[in-house]
Design a protein around this ligand. Structure first.
Ligand SMILES: CCCCCCC[C@H](O)CC(=O)SCCNC(=O)CCNC(=O)[C@H](O)C(C)(C)COP(=O)([O-])OP(=O)([O-])OC[C@H]1O[C@@H](n2cnc3c(N)ncnc32)[C@H](O)[C@@H]1OP(=O)([O-])[O-]
Length: 408
């Protein structure tokens, strides 16, 4: 939800309330929409400040809502209505203004931030793009090159850097909310048209086509099949060449395609998995407090059973002749499945660990779980170990001899 109060008899304060990060859930959007209506109707109110509860402006759209059917007032018309208000609206940014949170702030006429606050449009890291006007307003505010950098990487930057880029208007080491309220009182009566970002032209360099093509090529190379970074460039291209309303249509169209993609679902799953893991540690404390004894599973067991079953299947694939050498399998994992390049690939990694050790581990886990077929050591792995565990670069040669030998 969002609370509404009036300070000094004339400044409406809208406070986002959705701990821990004040994500823009349906209830928060409904609260903001109601509060905006109240400010419009109240003749005593001459300016508005939007802030977040507990020193956090807003962590963006509520990612948990993405899985189900969306309800409540949509974000885009809500932000457009804020921008269209004839009373100045100031965003008081403390903690974070990320994703939809920054997009909300970009719909305000001014942005005042604490120096240590983090701002950014990290949607790309969730397989999405900033689809509440961020891809259209940010380049209009700070120019195409800087917007391309922020939106295609999704990086968070400090408010002090955002000030240099022109994303925020002022920063403070003190209380950003108090500063925003004082600022809001001072600017009453100043023209608002130049502050409505959607009405501004998008500043872009003369060689804009060349820039967009170059960035697209870089992004494609870096993205290695990820759809969102490429869609981000498409949305920014629209910001340059199309009027705001049409750019917003393009933004929505691109977002629609990303929303339904398996990639967005996978990245959002990874976001929550990462956080769930740290909570499991707390569950262990809970168990201990109530005298419960959890079955201990070492993290190595989970890792090794997954990893060695994978490499074991790699040995079976090599033995069956479906891949010519370990490099084929490793290249698929490094380039197609994000295996850390510095670990070479699963087959290279097995060589680094030591084939004898991989075999020993597989035998150990097979003994404990005889019903899991993937843990049954591959005959090729056994032969490689028996041959003295040659280096991974020698396996292709070994396989060729092995195949010739088996045909004789
Ligand atoms: C046409 C269609 C229109 C669509 C419009 C799209 C709008 C927009 O462009 C899309 C977005 O904004 S996409 C969003 C773009 N925004 C982002 O990508 C920002 C994502 N968030 C972050 O990067 C970090 O959480 C912060 C840096 C905010 C805080 O870091 P920290 O202090 O280390 O804390 P922590 O441990 O990380 O999180 C604490 C708890 O908060 C939870 N939670 C957090 N954000 C959430 C969210 N947005 N939602 C829900 N929950 C969220 C988190 O799960 C955890 O819950 P738990 O139950 O306690 O485990």
């Amino acid at each position: 939800m969002a609370s509404y109060s009036v300070l000094h008899g004339s400044v409406a304060l809208i406070t986002l309330q959705n701990p821990p990060v004040n994500a823009l859930s349906a209830a928060v959007r409904a609260g903001i929409t109601d509060a905006v209506q109240r400010t419009l109707k109240d003749p005593q109110v001459t300016s508005v400040v939007i802030c977040g509860q507990n020193g956090r402006f807003c962590g963006g759209a509520d990612i948990r809502e993405f899985g189900g059917s969306m309800s409540g007032p949509p974000l885009v018309p809500m932000i457009n209505a804020i921008e269209a208000m004839d009373k100045p609206v100031v965003a008081a940014i403390e903690g974070v203004a990320l994703g939809g949170g920054l997009e909300l702030a970009l719909g305000c006429h001014y942005r005042i931030a604490h120096r240590q606050a983090l701002v950014g449009l990290p949607e790309v890291t969730l397989g999405l793009l900033p689809a509440a006007g961020g891809s259209q307003r940010l380049p209009r505010l700070i120019g195409l090159p800087a917007a391309l950098d922020l939106i295609t990487t999704g990086k968070h930057i400090l408010a002090s850097e955002a000030l240099k880029l022109g994303i925020v208007d002022q920063v403070t080491d003190g209380n950003a909310l108090n500063m925003a309220v004082e600022f809001a009182r001072r600017i009453v009566g100043k023209p608002l048209d130049p502050r409505r970002i959607s009405t501004l032209p998008c500043p872009s360099p003369p060689d804009v086509d060349f820039l967009l093509d170059r960035v697209l090529a870089q992004v494609r190379k870096r993205a290695r099949g990820a759809l969102a970074p490429v869609a981000c460039v498409g949305a920014l291209r629209a910001a340059v060449f199309l009027p705001f309303a049409q750019g917003m249509e393009k933004e929505r169209e691109l977002m629609g395609a990303l929303f339904d993609s398996g990639q967005a679902r996978a990245l959002q799953y990874a976001f929550f998995s990462q956080r769930l893991v740290s909570q499991l540690e707390n569950h262990c404390c809970y168990w201990a407090r109530y005298g419960l004894v959890p079955r201990h599973i070492a993290p190595e067991e989970i890792l090794e059973r997954c990893l060695y079953a994978l490499t074991n299947e790699g040995f079976n694939i090599l033995q069956d002749g479906m891949a010519a050498g370990p490099e084929d399998i490793d290249a698929i994992y490094v380039f197609g499945y994000g295996w850390p390049r510095h670990r070479g690939g699963p087959m290279f990694h097995a060589g680094q660990v030591g084939l004898a050790r991989v075999l020993e581990k597989l035998e150990h886990y097979q003994h404990k779980h005889p019903d899991v077929p993937y843990l049954k050591p591959s005959p090729l792995l056994r032969r490689l170990v028996a041959a003295g565990s040659p280096a991974v670069q020698k396996w292709r040669e070994f396989l060729n001899k092995d195949r010739v030998h088996s045909q004789l």
